[in-house]
Design a protein around this ligand. Structure first.
Ligand code: MG
Length: 376
């Protein structure tokens, strides 16, 4: 008997009587799960306030106007968030305009075909990745809820392998930096923003009150490679683990020069947005900082992780100033990464949502379906 005929005539029947008969509760799954087409997309702009004025090398702010996306179908609501960033030509207005362009796309969409939908969202307009991220987060949240699984389960990831997150100390006066460092007592790793005048004094202020590991982010604040190398050599002596975006993103040659001369890893942040940026960065950087807002969604972030891993690059996941929706979505990917910097929701005073917890600095994923963030 041919192999195919054997399975057709004997295989299924034999399994049904001799094996499955002894397992009354076994599930054969539901391959017919269908939802049909059409989703309702709505959005709202919400102001989230920061605990401390947030200063990095580029700018200062006391609040952020983030845009929340809601995708609804069959009584299930997926929730997403955009944290628009002016560094990438994004404002709440441009974010809303992009989200409105997606409404017709969802009027005839089957959310379970989320991979193709993800590519369709990517093609909506050039850039505007925060808006696209909000839509993709809401879509994946809906899918997780419809299948009743957390997203880390959908992607086959171990929730217990999440790393410790760093807690970020923004640029401030020496006294406030000391105060912020003391307030960060529960966190095991600190990330210190530099790139303006007085970098060394800021690090000394942090070091005067703690000996925790420090990571440093210059946010493109140094514009001369000779200045950058002196700063980094000094930082190495002060126990700094790595340096994020020391030079402007466009200074690739100078960054390559720097990388050949310093001991600690150089991580790209502003230089990397999506997967297509990664191959050229491998020659100048040791790793990449993936943010869902820059990537344009969780699906692109996952593609970035696979690509960066294949190139032996270190992987960090960061965030903008975001509520627990954005941070919990990013945290779903945590077991795949080397460094986590998911403190956006910890820096705000009025998070409208609760999701992933941080306990003694460790990211703790919950078992709610989707990204696991719910209204507070
Ligand atoms: Mg950064």
């Amino acid at each position: 008997m041919k192999r195919r005929e054997f399975f057709e005539t004997v295989g299924l029947a034999a399994v049904g009587t001799s094996v499955l008969a002894g397992l009354p509760s076994i599930s054969l799954g539901n391959t017919k799960l269908k939802t049909g087409k059409g989703m309702k997309l709505t959005y709202e702009v919400k102001r989230i306030n920061l605990k401390h004025t947030w200063t990095i090398s580029r700018n200062s702010s006391d609040y952020k106007d983030n845009v929340f996306v809601y995708l609804e179908k069959d009584g299930i609501m997926g929730v997403g968030e955009a944290g628009p960033n002016i560094r990438y030509d994004e404002t709440p207005e441009s974010t809303v305009a992009t989200i409105e362009k997606a409404i017709p796309l969802f009027a005839n969409a089957d959310p379970l075909e989320y991979v193709q939908l993800g590519y369709d969202i990517k093609e909506l307009v050039p850039g505007q990745t925060a808006a696209k991220a909000a839509i993709d987060i809401a879509l994946m949240d809906w899918v997780g809820k419809a299948l009743n699984v957390p997203l880390y389960r959908l992607w086959g990831l171990d929730p217990n392998k999440s790393p410790y997150t760093s807690f970020t100390i923004g640029i401030d006066t020496i006294e406030v930096v000391k105060q912020k460092t003391l307030e960060a007592a529960p966190y095991k790793i600190l990330k210190v923003k530099v790139g303006k005048e007085g970098d060394e004094e800021l690090i000394k202020a942090v070091r005067s009150v703690t000996d925790k590991p420090i990571r440093v982010d210059a946010n493109e604040g140094w514009t001369d490679k000779e200045v950058a190398i002196k700063k980094i050599e000094w930082l190495v002596k002060n126990g700094v683990e790595f340096i994020e975006q020391p030079l402007p993103a466009k200074m690739m040659e100078e960054t390559r020069w720097l990388r050949d001369r310093v001991e600690i890893p150089i991580i790209a942040d502003e230089a990397v947005k999506t997967a297509s940026d990664i191959p050229k960065l491998a020659e100048a950087y040791d790793g990449i900082n993936i943010k869902i807002m820059k990537a344009g969604g969780l699906q692109e972030a996952l593609r970035m992780i696979w690509l960066a891993k294949s190139m032996n690059m270190k992987i960090m996941i960061g965030c903008m100033i975001e509520s627990s929706v954005g941070c919990s979505a990013a945290a779903q990917l945590c077991s795949l990464i080397d460094y986590a910097d998911l403190d956006g929701n910890l820096l705000i005073s009025d998070d409208p949502f609760k999701g992933t917890d941080v306990v003694d600095g460790k990211i703790i994923l919950n078992d709610r379906p989707g990204h696991g963030a719910i209204v507070r």
